[in-house]
Write a protein that binds this ligand. Structure first.
Ligand code: AHM
Ligand code: MG
Length: 338
């Protein structure tokens, strides 16, 4: 069914090609890279959709760099992205949440001018429970002078991203992306009958205030006093709304973020005694989500500084993440920074 401004008819490919026309100096490399991400997303979505039928659930029996059990689908998604996106000549190096070291481009493939960091299957501990999971990506320009990308190319602040996005494998498969600089955040829903991502959420704006808070309250006993004050405030009336917020927490960042982006509210993964610098990875989780949040009119902070200003020192660095509607995030930041 067609809607206004191409809703329901405009494909992701048409959308990004149109955007490229606005930048006559663009050589198409960036557009091609986004296309490849979209193709990888379709392949991963296909496998996720039939996971229970093809013996693709469960564990590989190995642990990743983070000490987490690797799921069969984690590995499939990781390999799909490396092969479909990494080997097509637009990237000079990649980094995945599943790999300890940067992923070089094999000798036989060409190199390009971009760098990509990704989380192949975020929330993967939820896979067997049929809960929504997702893929997150973040793209920077290459900075170093040689042909191959280096660690320096990967360790860039979130504010220098040229694009970021995620694909959520939920009741539908939706791709949400932004190229920043006021270009907006746009969502496309995969129509399985035509095999295309069609524009479904043009120019997403996060509500300036919300009614939802999202945090793993099982960690309360591990939080410091300020974090407890924020969450107690959200449950009581000492908050910007003046009445309790509703709790919504899935434990799958892509799904928690996507819901709050559409409905408004605040998501927190604060530091705790088990995760002293927070649990979420700066490069593959916090920075891309913060880029999208800010582009949609929201805010994202570590509690001390803007997430997009944090310059990573290591590939798998973790940061606290407080992200969502500006009213709630600014309020929480005031308490946390006091
Ligand atoms: P993953 O990338 O290994 O799946 O871990 C990250 C996930 C996020 O999706 C989610 O926000 C968080 O871990 C949930 O953590 P917890 O189970 O501690 O609440
Ligand atoms: Mg993750």
């Amino acid at each position: 069914m067609a809607g206004p401004s191409g809703v329901g008819t405009r494909t992701f490919s048409q959308h990004i090609a149109d955007r490229q026309k606005g930048f006559p100096e663009a050589r198409g490399e960036f557009t091609a890279l986004l296309q490849e991400i979209m193709v990888a997303a379709k392949v991963i979505s296909r496998e996720v959709r039939k996971a229970g039928l093809i013996d693709a659930l469960g564990l590989t029996g190995r642990m990743n760099i983070q000490g987490e059990a690797v799921q069969i689908l984690d590995e499939f998604a990781n390999e799909t992205i490396i092969r479909n996106v990494g080997h097509t000549g637009h990237l000079c190096v990649l980094s995945s949440e599943e790999n300890a070291e940067p992923i070089p481009i094999p000798d036989q493939y060409p190199r390009g001018g971009y760098v990509m960091t990704f989380d192949p299957l975020d929330g993967s501990s939820n896979i067997d429970g049929n809960v929504s999971i997702g893929t997150i990506f973040s793209i920077h320009r290459k900075r170093s002078s040689g042909t191959d990308g280096t660690l320096e190319d990967l360790l860039q602040a979130g504010r220098d991203q040229v694009a970021a996005g995620y694909i959520i494998y939920g009741s539908s498969t939706i791709l949400v992306y932004s190229t920043g600089r006021g270009q907006g955040v746009h969502g496309f829903t995969l129509d399985p009958t035509v095999g295309e991502f069609l524009l479904s959420h043009p120019d997403i704006r996060i509500p300036t205030d919300g009614r939802i808070y999202s945090v793993n309250e099982g960690n309360t006993g591990r939080w410091d006093e300020k974090t407890r004050k924020v969450v107690a405030g959200l449950k009581g009336s000492d908050n910007p709304r003046g009445e309790p917020y509703s709790t919504r927490y899935i434990g799958s960042l892509v799904a928690d973020f996507h819901r709050n982006l559409l409905y408004g509210g605040i998501f927190l993964y604060p530091p705790d005694a088990k995760h002293p610098t927070g649990k979420l990875r700066l490069l593959s989780e916090a920075a891309p989500m913060s880029f999208l949040a800010e582009e949609a009119g929201g805010k994202a902070t570590t509690g001390r500084e803007r997430v997009l200003d944090v310059v990573p020192k290591e590939l798998h660095e973790r940061v606290p993440l407080i992200v969502g509607s500006p009213r709630e995030v600014e309020w929480a930041e005031r308490i946390l920074a006091s």
